[in-house]
Design a protein. Structure first.
Length: 256
């Protein structure tokens, strides 16, 4: 199979690119905007240590049910389409449809349980149903000939039945979620000015005695925390900390 014959799902399409941006770039933007600039983000990243860097993305997902839900749906569908294009569709060509559709439900069910555990039953149900529907759309594309089983290339013939049109509709819906909805939601979460982690009020030694300060928690050290002092714009060590109910650090971009 030549490079020209490789399918979009196999070589990477909008879904793959957006997922990489959300995982790597958006957390950095979240840190930079929330703390007030690139220099602040650099200091915070050093203070957090590499092992704690994924906490930014995890915190964003825990704080925003919509972002977590859309990301789960996109990951579920993109991974399924990718492995189908790598030969999964050909391997399961002779497998009974009932067996294939049952297998396709495993990851959507897992995503539903995870999202539901953190954001509530109905978010989990929505994620499970949408993820499963889009995976069924991938199955329908291959079963109806809308995609070639050997190469994953999309057929350019006009749909002749309702199942083919449904498969096309699911493909368009997946593209809109991955290329439009996910980046918009992720960017909005990155610049909303809310902390991705706990805001704590701690005693901080300023050189003139201990003062109470409001910190963005970056890491825990012994019986205290390493945090970003919101008022002084610097990394400090805090003791005798208490979690604050207000997670706002600065105004969101649309109000700045």
């Amino acid at each position: 199979m030549s490079n020209k014959e490789r399918s979009t799902d196999l070589k990477g399409g909008p879904g793959h690119i957006v997922l990489l941006a959300v995982v790597f770039a958006v957390p950095v933007l979240k840190l930079a905007w929330t703390l007030g600039g690139g220099g602040a983000a650099s200091e915070a990243f050093v203070a957090m240590e590499p092992a704690n860097w994924p906490d930014v993305l995890i915190g964003m997902l825990l704080n925003d049910a919509l972002l977590a839900s859309v990301l789960a749906v996109v990951v579920s569908r993109t991974s399924y389409a990718y492995f189908a294009a790598r030969g999964g569709a050909r391997i399961h060509a002779d497998t009974p449809t009932a067996h294939t559709v049952v297998q396709a439900a495993v990851v959507p069910l897992t995503c539903a349980l995870v999202v539901g555990a953190f954001h509530g039953l109905w978010w989990g149900v929505a994620v499970g149903l949408v993820s499963y529907a889009l995976r069924l759309g991938v199955i329908a594309e291959y079963r109806t000939g809308r995609r070639e089983r050997d190469s994953g290339r999309r057929s350019h013939t006009s749909p002749s039945g309702w199942l083919e049109r449904t498969a096309d509709g699911a493909s368009v819906a997946a593209l809109l979620l991955a290329a439009a909805a996910l980046p918009v939601i992720a960017l909005a979460e990155a610049v909303d000015g809310r902390s991705w982690t706990s805001i704590v009020e701690c005693d901080v030694n300023t050189g003139h005695g201990d003062e109470r300060a409001r910190l963005v928690e970056l890491a825990r050290k012994g019986n205290g925390v390493v945090g970003w002092d919101i008022a002084r714009d610097e990394v400090v060590n805090g003791l005798h900390c208490q979690v604050s109910e207000d997670d706002g650090v600065r105004a969101p971009l649309w109000r700045a």
